[in-house]
Structures are given as C-alpha cells and as structure tokens.
Write a new protein. Structure first.
Length: 78
C-alpha cells in the first residue's frame, strides 16, 4: 500500500504537522488529536474542541488525546 505524505505548518503553532493518508481508505483509519481532526474537516482547533466537548463529534479521549475514526467523522457530516 502506497502512502501520500502531506506536511503543513499549523498557523497558530511553530511546528510542522505531518499528515499521512493511505491510498485506499480503511474503515479502521484513526485521526489523532484535535489538530488532526481540525485539518481533516477544515475547521479551527477551537471549533473542533467545542464540537468534541459538546458531543457533536463522535470521538473518544485516549490517554489525554482525542481520537476518531475517519469513517465516523465522514458519517457525522453526511
């Protein structure tokens, strides 16, 4: 399976975030962290935190980090 690598610098942070997406979508693909979720749905991190805390997004906290499956994220917006 080939991977497409994309990197960008988060606007409010002075660090580079690397996003790797598999060529074929997997039902078990996870998106970790509010920054990753925000990048996936093109929202600000603050908006994503609000959606996570209010339960709008079907995510769970694992070890202090938010995690959501890509499939659940797509179904939340369809």
């Amino acid at each position: 399976m080939s991977r497409m690598i994309q990197s960008y610098t988060h606007p409010s942070k002075a660090r580079k975030v690397i996003v790797a997406a598999p060529a074929e979508p997997s039902p078990f693909e996870l998106i970790w962290g509010a920054e990753g979720i925000a990048a996936a749905i093109n929202k600000s991190t603050r908006q994503v935190f609000h959606m996570l805390e209010s339960g709008t997004l079907p995510a769970k906290k694992v070890g202090g980090r938010w995690v959501i499956s890509k499939q659940a994220l797509v179904s939340a917006f369809c």
